[in-house]
Design a protein. Structure first.
Length: 367
């Protein structure tokens, strides 16, 4: 059996490496390769420099396709030209039967076209509801229609369509889309093997420094406080967030981008994880924080409420009504030890690497 993973449009292994995602993303495919006897191929948008990661990939095959569209400098031209990349890949991916999988919805058209010409099983995976995200970002009606169209085409030609939450599944069902019976809910996974339980202190948060993550709220909640929060990440708002923390006298320890392995180590050393995103899918950082026993403090986002129950395995607040600052100041009054234990148990039950791999394996067909 073979799985061919098509990367999100424009994304390379180099991008995974620089953003700290490499170890985590590759780990899943190493696991299914060794435990499920599956051969794995990565189709990336990198150039030949992606091949330098081969030793770290073990037996995963790397096929970088930048050479196929590099001559087009304009992004729109590249997207248009990408429509024939799937056709061109028939000769380079000369396998009899394979399972084609997308890493996200954006760029799924390349995998769709390849699967149509090769008559392979196609699994469309989406880490979040792209339509909802783009609506939240106030995109134009034309762009919203474009994302709707990509979603509909993916549902039409895919054999399976993976979302990571029941909320996303129900959202798609309400959007006048056909073939929604193909939607399967498979949440994100967590590997527990290296999650040592240490003496834990302090606050931590992880994410991209972008508007969606709402880190201004986090910084405001620690204004003029003796408490300090470690903030892992980077992004376009880094300078603004740094200046805001200075102006509000908030003790923020900016540590930049770390590998996923290092993020887990940092989470393991902290007692509380603060999440302030305005909207989410099935956030891996919350799952990772809970897996190492952090008490997560999260907004009442519908997707997040599928994971966290207030005062059972985390603390839930209303971003419009509640004062995050007050919750943080009085957080030790909660039964944090019990919440921590329940958090670990929740993730072990619902999100283990073994369980999620088994769920996805049921969607594959053998050659």
């Amino acid at each position: 059996m073979r799985v061919i993973l098509f990367f999100s449009y424009g994304v390379s292994l180099k991008d995974w490496k620089s953003s700290g995602l490499f170890e985590r993303e590759v780990k899943f495919y190493k696991y299914i390769q060794s435990k499920k006897d599956i051969n794995v191929t990565f189709v990336t948008y990198g150039d030949k420099s992606d091949l330098k990661y081969q030793e770290e990939m073990e037996n995963i095959e790397i096929i970088p396709i930048y050479e196929l569209y590099k001559k087009h400098k304009n992004n729109i031209q590249r997207i248009i030209y990408s429509l024939i990349i799937g056709f061109k890949l028939r000769r380079r991916l000369s396998y009899r039967k394979s399972n084609i999988k997308t890493n996200q919805l954006w760029g799924s058209w390349v995998a769709i076209i390849y699967s149509l010409f090769t008559n392979n099983n196609l699994v469309i995976r989406t880490g979040y509801d792209l339509l909802t995200f783009k609506e939240q970002e106030k995109k134009s009606k034309i762009k919203i229609f474009l994302y709707w169209l990509i979603t509909q085409i993916s549902l039409t030609f895919g054999n399976h369509y993976i979302v990571t939450s029941e909320t996303d599944k129900e959202s798609l069902k309400r959007r006048r889309l056909f073939q929604t019976r193909k939607i399967k809910v498979i949440p994100n996974w967590i590997d527990f093997k290296n999650n040592d339980q240490l003496i834990k202190n302090g606050f931590i948060s992880v994410g991209r420094f972008e508007k969606q993550k709402n880190f201004e709220m986090l910084i405001e909640s620690f204004s003029n406080s003796s408490k300090e929060v470690t903030l892992i990440g980077d992004g376009s708002m880094k300078r603004d967030l740094y200046e805001l923390s200075k102006n509000l006298n908030s003790k923020i320890n900016f540590v930049g981008i770390l590998s996923n392995e290092e993020v887990i180590k940092r989470l393991s050393k902290h007692k509380f994880y603060i999440h302030t995103s305005l909207y989410e899918g099935n956030p891996k950082t919350i799952l990772e924080a809970m897996s190492v026993g952090c008490v997560v403090v999260v907004p009442n986002n519908r997707n997040i409420l599928e994971i966290v129950e207030n005062n059972f395995n985390g603390i839930v607040y209303d971003q419009e009504k509640d004062s995050l600052k007050d919750i943080i100041q009085n957080i030790e009054n909660r039964d944090v030890e019990l919440i921590s234990q329940n958090a670990i148990a929740t993730i072990k039950k619902n999100n283990s690497l073994e369980k999620i791999a088994d769920l996805e394996f049921t969607l594959y067909i053998n050659d």
